[in-house]
Design a protein around this ligand. Sequence first.
Ligand SMILES: [Ca+2]
Ligand SMILES: [Ca+2]
Length: 479
Amino acid sequence: MNALLALTLSLTCSNTQPQPNVLFIAIDDLNDWVGCLGGHPQAHTPNIDRLARRGTLFTNAHCQAPICGPSRASMLSGRYPHTTGVYVQPKGPLDNDQKFFSGQMLPRYFARHGYLTMGVGKIHHGFTQTRSFEVNGPKGRSGPKPPNEFRFHYHLPDNPWSGTQTDWGAFPDVDSKMPDYETAGWAEEQLQKQHDRPFFLAVGFHRPHVPFYVPEKWFDRLPLNSVQLPPVRTDDLDDVPQIGRDLHAVPKYPGLSFLTENDNEQFKRCTQAYLACTTFVDHQVGRVLDALDASDYANNTIIVLVSDHGYHLGEKDRVSKHGLWEESTRVPLIISLPGGTTTRTSNKPVGLIDVYPTLLELAGLPAKAENAGRSLLPLLNKSDTSWRHSILTTYARGNHSLRSEDYRYIRYENGAEELYDHRSDPQEWKNIAANPAHANVLKKFRNELPQGDAPYHARQSPKPINAWFQKHLNRNGVR
Ligand SMILES: [Ca+2]
Ligand SMILES: [Ca+2]
């Protein structure tokens, strides 16, 4: 550890509690529509922004899998999907997989080294969360649903999206009926208690995960007629390989043509609702930050804030995640040290896989040999002269994306490729993989691809998300 940083940490931790506490905040499906990341000009997230101002904001951070279960399995195990085989949603309680799924998971590792571990809301996805924490708050839920779902304020006789949670609208009437509100309240209570050990407190929020329901007051900030739509192109998928279109096609989710009907009516509503959800969840984050600042732990707690993956709102013809493009992979990642001593931003390619080794080093715990990520300490210290060229995201076995500072590269299991130059094309509209001028760029990325792809994990979902996926799973022997 950098000497200055080590000194800072030791000075900010009291004599009676030499190790720092950890406040780990996980948000579900929050893309870069956060004020400090600039993903949408009307994003209003003052609390996440103030956390970024007192910590290090990673502006080029990416998930390792663009869907809840695999992303969280990777982040909390410290291992890449291509080594664990967890590529799609795990199925039910993974009772037979304690060795992999719990024993080495991040909270358990802290517990084994003397920490009090507390968890509330959605932290894991796909197995019994109470195995992970010593003290458990409510796991939370997606939230109450209106008696008749809005279905985008659109009456369809044969709704093609039946079965998906995708919907948007103002509901319920007050915040206190939202499970995320209860989650923040439970975290506040733990921060007001006296603890005899350093703690690892994990707080997981569900919004802005679908359905995009939050009380009306969160919609009022942004009237429908003032909503700015994200930039999209109707021909964007024309230069995407067929396997890319198939892999990313999730028929039950609404696409761009639905959004743009009737002068973008549903596009405006969907965008407004997602922004309302982000401001709502930001407010819950703010309650937890305020409780920490008012507590005895204000000056000896590391704060980490992450989202498990991004989300598309019409880009690449989709309202969903499950993609290997920027909207699906880019995530907020902020690390704030006690006393706010490392205020800066970093645009180096980093991933959620780096959270585990970073927290171990910051807390002074022994490194875990299986961790595949890197400690972010060099970037917190700005001693980042040597860093990885690109960070990996995987979706379904054998399909990978690599993001460097300047480029995104995608390679599908059949060898098809995409390449985007973020310096001139931040929306990833123009696939330049076939241009011979970029042969050397492609060569470098190809050399960084995983050397092998683990078989699907034994407990993967038997309910694949589309027909293509079913064939894919059958081909790989998954039942
Ligand atoms: Ca998620
Ligand atoms: Ca395109």
